[in-house]
Unconditional design. Structure first.
Length: 312
């Protein structure tokens, strides 16, 4: 399985994954409005909603597997522009699957969500836990999962994997997520806006570890129409993240509290025991080690990337 079409290459996970797959000698295509930073990729510009464009790609290139990292929504946005968001995330996804069926492209890895889909639970979520999305983002991810299952039942040769990642962080991530915001603004001595409280507890995974999981599935060809949680299996509170950042930077953080944002989940930890049955190798990065890598990346890029004040 050497020829990969990667959708969402310009996102931070896509940029990390493309680096890894090129280094592992995969032949990589990307498709979408924006290309990533990686040079050794054939990029095809176009609208990811277009059935005709997918057909053009599959007729010209012998694609073994599609990896769908597309994500044009956000767990914390409101429902403005809902028609466009659904069009890109759901309609475009259906068009992709139909084009894959026509040209007999038989393998897909769909990147879903391990936080937004399950909703608010106090326990660690297994793949069989109730799905109770509280945001449009989570609803769309679940809708795509359900359609994928339906699609596979009418196409026996089609095989897929659904990966439900925890909160992925690391190199290339925009500075509008909890970990990069906390690190950056602690470095700068600026106020950090916390929406909710410091006891909010979630599962975090360094991006290199997540890309390793995808790579292992590609090598092992474990395309069995299954869903896998992908994370650390460990909960980390905002308080702990702030404390780690303070140690890394050598400065106390300045915190300003705000009301919890609608659509955010306060407690989200993944049970990854099912994943470990097929991929024995554990994660390389603890939260402390991963944040240390993020700290080095953010510090080296502060001059090029001005600070932003966003919700965390």
């Amino acid at each position: 399985m050497k020829n990969i079409l990667l959708l969402g290459v310009s996102g931070f996970i896509g940029q990390n994954l493309s680096e890894k797959l090129v280094a592992e000698n995969y032949n990589l295509l990307s498709f979408g409005r924006s290309k990533g930073l990686q040079e050794n990729i054939i990029h095809i510009p176009g609208d990811v909603r277009s059935y005709e464009k997918y057909c053009d790609i599959f007729s010209e290139y012998d694609v073994d597997c599609v990896i769908n990292l597309l994500n044009s929504s956000d767990p914390l946005i409101n429902d403005s522009g809902i028609e466009d968001i659904i069009d890109i995330n759901l309609t475009g996804f259906i068009n992709l699957l139909n084009a894959m069926e026509k040209y007999e492209v038989r393998n897909l890895i769909y990147i879903s969500s391990g936080g937004a889909i399950y909703g608010e639970h106090e326990y660690a979520n297994t793949e069989d836990s109730p799905t109770q999305p509280i945001s449009l983002y989570g609803w769309l991810k679940l809708a795509c999962e359900n359609y994928l299952s339906f699609h596979s039942k009418r196409n026996e040769n089609f095989k897929y994997l659904i990966l439900r990642p925890s909160n992925i962080y690391g190199k290339y991530q925009k500075n509008n997520r909890l970990i990069p915001v906390v690190i950056e603004r602690t470095i700068l001595g600026k106020e950090i806006n916390i929406y909710g409280d410091l006891n909010t507890c979630k599962d975090y995974m360094y991006v290199e570890d997540f890309c390793d999981v995808i790579s292992e599935f590609l090598k092992n060809k474990e395309f069995n129409n299954e869903i896998y949680n992908v994370g650390s299996g460990i909960g980390t509170t905002i308080k702990e993240i702030v404390e780690i950042a303070q140690v890394l930077v050598g400065r106390n953080a300045k915190i300003k509290y705000h009301d919890k944002v609608k659509g955010d989940v306060k407690h989200s930890i993944l049970d990854i025991s099912k994943l470990r049955k097929v991929i024995k190798k554990g994660n390389n990065f603890s939260i402390e080690n991963g944040m240390a890598e993020s700290y080095k990346y953010i510090k080296s890029n502060l001059i090029l990337k001005p600070t932003s004040q966003d919700e965390v």
